[in-house]
Write a protein that binds this ligand. Structure first.
Ligand code: HEC
Length: 179
């Protein structure tokens, strides 16, 4: 069926399709570029809360070159486990929402005892009130693994840091295989 459709696809339709992908790519690049910039601004304020108010000129002058550097799309795995935790998992795993094991507490002891593979399978696919990937649909396998290791190791575990398959060349963003 798909083949038949492909054969009858007109030139114009194909152009529309490639225009759509171009827009998608631009959107992704934009999000990747803006995200770190916002983080850096927040970080700069956290380090010196007076900097932004005392001298508004300081932030743009210091930040713009860094933001330009960040325009090269970083591999998804470039986020640390702590960053992923703080942007997502914390919403349940800090307060223990819906019975989520709280980070930094003995809640994790029986979880850790199950072994990393069980934790990963449950976090990736979802488990009772734990949503698949913690609800972070765009997280890669290594992202989810890093976040688990971060939480577990803050809570008495000693799992090794997951190996990031994208870290070596830092090339294009590798999309995780559909599951
Ligand atoms: C919407 C709330 C919510 C968010 C967000 C969330 N979790 Fe959970 N998580 C839970 C709950 C609830 C459980 C306990 C499930 C159970 O044991 O029935 C859980 C359990 C887990 C477990 C233990 C599974 C097991 O086998 O014992 C892991 C690992 C885990 N979460 C990882 C993560 C990671 C990593 C993130 C962020 C990427 C995340 N969670 C975000 C609610 C959440």
């Amino acid at each position: 069926m798909t083949d038949t459709h492909r054969i009858t696809t007109t030139h114009d339709e194909r152009e529309q399709l490639s225009a759509k992908s171009a827009i998608t790519v631009a959107g992704v690049a934009g999000a990747l570029a803006v995200g770190p910039f916002v983080l850096l601004l927040l970080l700069a304020q956290a380090i010196n809360p007076n900097a932004a108010t005392a001298s508004d000129d300081l932030v743009p002058v210091n930040m713009v070159p860094v933001a330009k550097f960040e325009l090269v799309p970083a591999p998804k795995g470039a986020q640390s486990g702590q960053q992923i935790f703080e942007s997502l998992c914390t919403s349940c795993h800090t307060a223990g929402t819906n019975g989520a094991p709280k980070i930094g507490t003995s809640d994790w002891a029986p979880r850790i005892a199950q072994g990393f593979d069980v934790l990963y399978t449950h976090a990736w696919n979802g488990f009772n009130q734990m949503p698949a990937k913690g609800g972070g649909a765009d997280l890669s396998e290594v992202d989810v693994k890093k976040a688990i290791v971060y939480m577990a190791n803050k809570s008495g575990g000693s799992f090794p840091e997951p190996v990031d398959p994208n870290a070596k060349d830092g090339a294009a963003v590798a999309m995780p295989a559909a599951k």
